[in-house]
Design a protein around this ligand. Structure first.
Ligand SMILES: [Fe+2]
Length: 126
């Protein structure tokens, strides 16, 4: 499961880059919304997997991590709202910020690393 989480983190960022390119190139709103679906879907499924894992295995920073997920859901909604408003400059700015926040979220929280530690007998989970 942790390998899948790591791959999904990479896919989330890659799909955000694809969305960025679609917006930057001035593609149609319907195409941009289609491109928005991939990072949003990946992210929501990834969060659900993580939260299930954290609840099951007692991740010590679970509450804080879940709060970050909620903040990111709100940021995704703001991004979609900006796409619908056809505000290219704002969308690109929000995308840059959201991508940085997502990368930081994955790196700092290290849920996949923690879960790998749980899978090794005798390893201490942080
Ligand atoms: Fe997370």
């Amino acid at each position: 499961m942790t390998a899948a989480l790591d791959e999904e983190h990479g896919q989330i960022v890659a799909s955000m880059n694809a969305l960025y390119d679609a917006v930057d190139c001035g593609t149609s709103l319907s195409f941009q919304r289609l491109k928005m679906h991939a990072p949003e879907s990946f992210f929501r499924h990834n969060c659900l997997e993580e939260e299930t894992m954290m609840d099951r295995d007692g991740f010590i920073r679970s509450r804080f991590h879940k709060e970050e997920h909620r903040s990111l859901y709100i940021a995704l909604h703001a991004l979609e709202t900006a796409i619908l408003a056809d505000n290219q400059g704002n969308v690109l700015k929000l995308l840059d910020k959201l991508r940085d926040v997502l990368i930081s979220h994955v790196r700092i929280q290290k849920v996949a690393d923690w879960h790998r530690g749980c899978q090794v007998p005798g390893a201490a989970a942080y």
